[in-house]
Design a protein around this ligand. Structure first.
Ligand SMILES: Cc1cc2nc3c(=O)[nH]c(=O)nc-3n(C[C@H](O)[C@H](O)[C@H](O)COP(=O)(O)O)c2cc1C
Length: 178
């Protein structure tokens, strides 16, 4: 056993499913790709996401009290990189990423037509945890594409992944092979 910096350990947790937190309030909206998410309850179904307060999406989630979790597939690797390295304060990510917002049933944020799945989430609680906020939410509706493909993951250089979808700087996107 070798003692390492915790950053080195976190790489072992890959592949990490990437999800977009989509939030909208009073006409302002954004898409914030996230790696740090988890299921927290089966009945009722609940999820937790970890979002840094500096993200534009953080304020939108607090103001709206709700968000959508949209799961991208392989076609949205480039869009994920764009949305994860630019802020909705400065850009219309829906236009730039070329994705189609569709009205959700129970929350103000839109579903993303091109995503593999979309979850409508109502904020239940939030906890400050170091440099991020955990938003805890109940999943009030779930949508899955007619022919769902594999989910986009943040991956390392191991074999067994289809890894060359998009690679830039510290980000490498792929899907686990079907
Ligand atoms: C693959 C990937 C995973 C990310 N995971 C997180 C995360 O878990 N939490 C977070 O706060 N930011 C995360 N980010 C960074 C945000 O997506 C990024 O800062 C984004 O530009 C914020 O957009 P906004 O200012 O419009 O909200 C991630 C980015 C990428 C590309």
């Amino acid at each position: 056993m070798e003692q390492v910096d915790v950053q080195a350990f976190w790489k072992l947790l890959r592949p990490e499913v990437v999800v977009w937190a989509v939030a909208e309030h009073e006409g302002q909206r954004s898409i914030c790709p996230l790696g740090w998410t988890m299921r927290t309850s089966g009945a009722p179904p609940m999820m937790a996401i970890s979002v840094a307060p500096s993200r534009y999406t953080h304020g939108l989630i607090e103001a709206a009290g709700a968000f959508v979790l949209a799961y991208p597939g392989r076609e949205l690797a480039q869009a994920t990189l764009y949305c994860g390295t630019n802020s909705g304060r400065d850009t219309d990510k829906f236009a730039q990423a070329g994705v189609t917002p569709r009205p959700a049933g129970q929350v103000p944020a839109p579903l993303i037509e091109e995503c593999v799945a979309n979850l409508e989430c109502r904020l239940v609680d939030q906890v400050t945890t170091g440099d991020h906020t955990i938003f805890v939410a109940e999943v009030v509706a779930a949508w899955v594409h007619d022919r769902p493909g594999p989910l986009l993951c943040l991956v390392d250089a191991s074999s067994g992944y289809e890894t060359l979808l998009v690679e830039e700087g510290k980000y490498r996107f792929g899907v686990v092979r079907e």
